[in-house]
Ligand binder design. Structure first.
Ligand SMILES: Nc1ncnc2c1ncn2[C@@H]1O[C@H](COP(=O)(O)OP(=O)(O)OP(=O)(O)O)[C@@H](O)[C@H]1O
Length: 873
C-alpha cells in the first residue's frame, strides 16, 4: 500500500467493508470505481476504463458514472445479480481538513432494491433467509419495498424448503452456508439467485426492530431466520426500517402444497414454454386495479387455502360482487386511481419519498371512505369484516394537503413544495423574495428612463449575481461613473450598484432560507407520516384485499364461472368442467366441457387413454385448476362443482422443464413419483401424464402398472393418469376404484376428428402415426412406421383395423406383402416355408432396391401406383 495518496488509502479502507460489492465512491459529481471493480464494471456497464495517478508505481484503473444518472447503472448491475455499495461524502468538503470523510450509506443488492424504476409493480421482490436449527428448517422472506415479512418452519427436508422458497421466488437468498449450497445445487431457479451466507444479528438490535412481543411468538428456526434476515437488512440498508415491523408467521400446512413442477405444469403464474404471464392462471384471474391487489392475488394463487371456513368467506365476498354488477363497477372505479400505497409507505419509511409521492399517498387515502361505505352496504359479511373499523387516515391525508402544493416538483431540495399559508416565516421569506423581484423590475424601469437606454436590462447569473446590462452600442449614452463595471462581454457590458448588491443579498438570502425551510418542513411532514406507517399499511392491506375480491368476481362473472361447493369429504364432482385458460386463449372457438367424478364409493382413479392431441393433458390440468381456483376462493369454470379440500397436488406432466437440472426425463419422472409416493395423502390429487413414457416400452408399462397399483392400494387419493399404453386397460378389472376413460375420436373415411369428449372405456390405439402424418412427416417414414407397428402390434395384441388415408393404406398393403415375402426368400435356402409367388417376389425385389430417402412424396406415390398396376395385371 506504500505510496498511495490519502484518498486512495481511504478508498481501500472503505472497500474492505464491501468486498463482495462494487464500491461506488463519490468524488464530486461522480461515483468512481477503482482497481478490480473498475475493470469489472467497465466491462459490465460498457463504460470507458481510464487510469488515475494514485501514488503507486502504476496508474490505477478507474471508471466512473455521473451521480445524477447513477440509478440506471446501479440497477443494471443489481439486475445482473451484483451488489453495489454507495459511498458518500459525509462532511462538507469546504469544512473538511484533509480528505473529506466518506462512508458507505447503503448497499443495494438484488433483494433490497427500493428504486421504483427497477421494480415491477405487480410482482413482489423478495429476499429470503434459510436456516437450520436442530432438525428444523426455517425460512423468512421479506419484500423491503412493501415491508411484508413472512416466516415459517418445517422438519428438515430439502424438497419442502425448495417448495417454500419457490412460493417467494426470491432474487436473493441468505442464511446458513451449507443450506445455501444445497439450495443452489437444486438448480430449479428461473432467475439468477444471489446467495450470501450470514449469521443472526445481536438480540437486542433484533428486539429494537420488532419489539419483544412480536418476537415472543417466534422460536427456534423461525427466530433464527428472522434474525439472519433482519441482520442482513440492517447491515446493507444502514437505517431504521420502520415499515418492517409485523412478522407474519404461518404453518406450511395451512395451505395447499404445490411443488415446483406442479406450479410450473399447471402454469399458475407463468407459462412453461416461455415463462410469460400471458397464458397463466394469474393472467386470466388478474383484473386487479392496483399493484397491491395484483401482488396479493398472486399470493393467493401461490397459496390456496386449506380451511373450509376461510375459503367460504372469500367465496361469499366474490359471490356478492359477482351478482351485483353496479357494486362491482363502483368498487373498481374507486380502486382504479389508487397508487401503490404499500410501496409509497415503504418509501416514506426509507426516507426517499418525494412531494409527488406524498400527494399520491394523499389522493389514494381519500378513496378509502367511499370504498368502506360501498363494502359496508354490500350485504357481504366478508366485505363488511374487511372494512370494519378501517382507519381511513384522513388526518394524514389532511395534513399532506395542508402542507404540500398540488403539483410539487420532482426534487425535494429545490423548493416549490410547501403551500403558502402553512408556515408564517416561509411566507415572509417568499414575500421578501417577491418584493425584491418587484424592486428589481422597478429599478430596471427607472434606469431605462434615466439613461434613455431602452434595451438596458437586469439579469442574473450564479457567478456575478444580479447585474445591469448595457449593449456595446448604447454604452455611449451611459453617464460616466453611474454604475460600477463588473464584466465585459463581446457585445455588452455588465454593471452593478451598491444598492443592487444590497438587494441581491436580501433576495438570495431569502431564497436560500426558503429552500432550506421548505426542505425542513417537508422532512418534518415525512417524519410525522413515518410515525403512522402501521396505520397506512393496514389501509393498504384493506385495499389490496378488496381489489383481489373484485378481480376474482369480475373474471368469474365475465366468464360465467360457478360457485364451487366446498366439501370436507372426499368426493370430487365436476359437471361440465372447462380449462379456463385454454378456453380463454381459444379466441371464441368452442371449448368442449367434460365432467369429472372421483368418488370414494365408486371410482377415484381414472386411467385415460386416447390419441395424442385429443385433449388428455388439457383435461387433467383442468381438474387440478378447478381445485386450485376453488381453494383460493374463486368461482370455477364448470356448470357445478363439489370440491373437497385438497392438501396437495402432484403433477407429472410433459418434459419441457426437465432439462434445467440436466437430468434425464425419465430420472426426473421417477424422482417425482418417488416424492409422490412418500408425501401424498388420501386428500391429495395426483396427475400423471404419459406415465412411464421415458423408458423402454416393456419396462415403462411395468412401472406404470406398479405405480397405479401403489396409488390405488396404499395412497387412496384421487388420481388421473394418462397413458399411451392402452394395454393397461385391463387394470380396470383388478382395481375396483379405477375406471378407464378415453378421449373420444370420430373416424370418417381418411380423417380422424378429435371430439374432445371424455367417455368411459379404453382406447385401442394412440393414433400416434396419424398425428405424425398430420404434422407433415414424409410419407416414407409414415409407411415405415406402420410397417413396424403392424409387426410389433401383431406380436402383442391384435389391433383393431384402422381406417387410413388411401396412400397410407396402399403403402401398408405393399409393405405387408414384402414383409410376408421376406422369409419366403429365405426358404429357398432350405428352411422349408411357404414360397412366394413370382409376382410378389419381383415386387419385393423392387421394393428392397427402392431408395426411400431420396424420393419425393410424389415419386413415391408414382411408384406405388406403378406397383399397383403391376399387381393387378
Ligand atoms: N375440451 C377441449 N375443447 C376444445 N379444445 C380442446 C379441448 N381439450 C384440448 N383442446 C385442444 O387440443 C389441444 C391438444 O390438447 P392436449 O395437449 O390436452 O392433448 P393430449 O391428448 O394431451 O395430447 P398429447 O398426448 O400429444 O400431449 C389443446 O392445445 C387444445 O387447443
Amino acid at each position: 500500500m506504500a505510496g498511495y495518496t490519502p484518498m486512495i488509502l481511504q478508498y481501500l479502507s472503505v472497500k474492505e467493508q464491501a468486498k463482495d460489492a462494487f464500491l461506488f465512491f463519490r468524488l464530486g459529481d461522480f461515483y468512481e470505481m477503482f482497481f478490480e471493480d473498475a475493470i469489472h464494471a467497465s466491462r459490465e456497464l460498457e463504460i470507458t476504463l481510464t487510469g488515475r495517478e494514485g501514488g503507486g508505481d502504476r496508474k490505477i484503473p478507474m471508471c466512473g458514472v455521473p451521480y445524477h444518472s447513477a440509478e440506471n447503472y446501479i440497477s443494471r448491475l443489481v439486475d445482473k445479480g451484483y451488489k453495489v455499495a454507495i459511498c458518500e461524502q459525509v462532511e462538507d468538503p469546504t469544512a473538511a481538513k484533509g480528505v473529506v470523510r466518506r462512508e458507505i450509506v447503503r448497499i443495494i443488492t438484488p433483494g433490497t432494491v427500493m428504486e421504483t424504476k427497477a421494480l415491477d409493480g405487480k410482482t413482489n421482490n423478495f429476499i429470503a433467509a434459510v436456516v437450520r436449527v436442530g432438525g428444523m428448517l426455517g425460512l423468512a422472506a421479506c419484500d423491503l419495498s412493501t415491508g411484508e415479512l413472512y416466516v415459517t418452519s418445517f422438519p428438515e427436508q430439502m424438497e419442502s424448503l425448495i417448495d417454500e422458497i419457490n412460493v417467494y421466488q426470491p432474487s436473493e437468498l441468505i442464511g446458513d452456508g451449507s443450506l445455501l449450497d444445497k439450495v443452489q445445487a437444486a438448480a430449479v431457479w428461473s432467475r439468477h439467485l444471489a446467495l450470501t451466507p450470514r449469521e443472526p444479528m445481536e438480540e437486542d438490535k433484533l428486539a429494537a426492530q420488532y419489539g419483544e412481543e412480536e418476537l415472543s411468538r417466534l422460536s427456534g428456526a423461525r427466530y433464527r431466520a428472522v434474525s439472519v434476515l433482519t441482520g442482513y437488512l440492517d447491515e446493507t440498508q444502514k437505517r431504521s426500517l420502520g415499515h418492517v415491523r409485523t412478522i407474519h408467521s404461518y404453518e406450511p400446512n395451512q395451505y395447499m402444497i404445490l411443488d415446483h413442477y406442479t406450479r410450473r405444469n399447471l402454469e399458475l403464474t407463468e407459462t412453461v414454454r416461455d415463462r410469460n404471464k400471458k397464458g397463466s392462471l394469474l393472467w386470466l384471474l388478474d383484473r386487479t386495479q392496483t399493484s397491491m391487489g395484483a401482488r396479493l392475488l398472486r399470493r393467493w394463487i401461490d397459496k390456496p387455502l386449506l380451511s373450509k371456513a376461510s375459503v367460504e368467506a372469500r367465496l361469499d365476498a366474490v359471490e356478492t360482487l359477482y351478482l351485483d354488477l353496479i357494486l362491482r363497477d363502483d368498487i373498481r372505479a374507486e380502486l382504479q386511481p389508487i397508487y401503490d400505497l404499500e410501496r409509497l409507505v415503504g418509501r416514506v419509511a426509507f426516507g426517499n419519498a418525494s412531494g409527488r409521492d406524498l400527494n399520491a399517498l394523499r389522493s389514494s387515502l381519500r378513496r378509502i371512505p367511499r370504498l368502506t361505505a360501498l363494502c359496508g352496504q354490500s350485504g357481504s359479511k366478508t366485505l363488511q369484516a374487511v372494512v370494519e373499523g378501517t382507519d381511513d387516515c384522513a388526518d394524514l391525508a389532511d395534513l399532506i394537503e395542508t402542507v404540500i402544493v398540488d403539483e410539487p416538483p420532482v426534487s425535494i431540495r429545490e423548493g416549490g413544495l410547501i403551500r403558502s399559508g402553512y408556515d408564517d416565516y416561509l411566507d415572509q421569506l417568499r414575500e421578501a423574495s417577491t418584493n425584491g423581484k418587484k424592486w428589481l423590475a422597478e429599478l430596471e424601469r427607472q434606469e431605462r428612463e434615466a439613461t434613455g437606454i431602452k434595451s438596458l436590462k437586469i439579469g442574473y447569473n450564479k457567478v456575478f449575481g444580479y447585474y445591469l446590462e448595457v449593449s456595446k452600442a448604447n454604452l455611449g449614452m451611459l453617464p460616466e461613473g453611474r454604475y460600477e463595471r463588473k464584466q465585459t462581454l463581446a457585445n455588452a457590458e455588465r454593471f452593478v450598484t451598491p444598492e443592487l448588491k444590497e438587494k441581491e443579498r436580501l433576495i438570495l438570502e431569502a431564497e436560500d432560507k426558503m429552500i432550506d425551510l421548505e426542505y425542513e418542513k417537508f422532512i418534518e411532514l415525512r417524519d410525522h407520516l413515518a410515525l403512522h406507517l402501521h396505520r397506512l399499511q393496514k389501509a393498504a392491506g384493506v385495499i389490496a384485499e378488496l381489489d383481489a375480491y373484485q378481480s376474482l368476481a369480475t373474471v368469474s362473472a365475465e366468464r360465467r364461472f360457478a360457485r364451487p361447493r366446498i366439501s370436507e369429504g372426499y368426493d370430487l364432482h365436476i359437471e361440465e368442467g372447462k380449462h379456463p385458460v385454454v378456453e380463454a386463449m381459444m379466441d371464441g372457438a368452442p371449448f368442449i366441457a367434460n365432467g369429472t367424478s372421483l368418488l370414494k364409493d365408486e371410482q377415484w382413479m381414472l386411467l385415460i387413454t386416447g390419441p395424442n392431441m385429443a385433449g388428455k393433458s388439457t383435461y387433467m390440468r383442468q381438474v387440478a385448476l378447478i381445485c386450485v381456483m376453488a381453494q383460493i376462493g374463486c368461482f370455477v369454470p364448470a356448470k357445478s362443482a363439489v370440491v373437497p379440500l385438497i392438501d396437495r397436488i402432484f403433477t407429472r406432466i410433459g418434459a419441457a422443464d426437465d432439462l434445467i437440472g440436466g437430468q434425464s426425463t425419465f430420472m426426473v419422472e421417477m424422482k417425482d413419483i418417488q416424492t409422490m409416493t412418500e408425501k401424498a395423502t388420501s386428500n391429495s390429487l395426483v396427475i400423471i401424464d404419459e406415465l412411464g413414457r421415458g423408458t423402454s416400452t416393456g419396462e415403462g408399462m411395468a412401472i406404470a402398472q406398479a405405480v397405479i397399483e401403489y396409488v390405488h392400494h396404499h395412497i387412496g387419493c384421487k388420481a388421473l393418469v394418462s397413458t399411451h399404453f392402452h394395454e393397461l386397460a385391463h387394470l380396470e378389472e383388478s382395481l375396483p376404484s379405477l375406471a378407464n376413460a378415453r378421449m373420444a375420436v370420430e373416424e370418417s373415411g381418411d380423417n380422424v376428428t378429435f371430439l374432445r369428449r371424455l367417455v368411459p372405456g379404453a382406447a385401442s390405439t394412440s393414433y400416434g402415426i396419424y398425428c405424425a402424418q398430420l404434422a407433415g412427416l414424409p410419407q416414407s417414414i409414415i409407411g415405415r412406421a406402420y410397417e413396424l407397428l403392424d409387426g410389433s402390434e401383431s406380436a402383442r395384441i391384435a389391433p383393431e383395423p384402422k381406417k387410413l388415408p388411401d396412400g397410407v393404406a396402399e403403402a401398408r398393403a405393399i409393405v405387408q406383402l414384402s414383409m410376408f415375402d421376406e422369409p419366403a426368400a429365405a426358404t429357398e435356402s432350405g428352411s422349408g416355408r411357404r414360397k412366394a409367388s413370382p409376382k410378389a417376389e419381383q415386387l419385393a425385389d423392387e421394393l428392397r432396391k427402392l431408395d426411400l430417402f431420396n424420393l419425393t412424396p410424389m415419386q413415391a406415390m408414382q411408384w406405388l401406383n406403378d406397383m399397383k398396376i403391376k399387381l393387378n395385371q
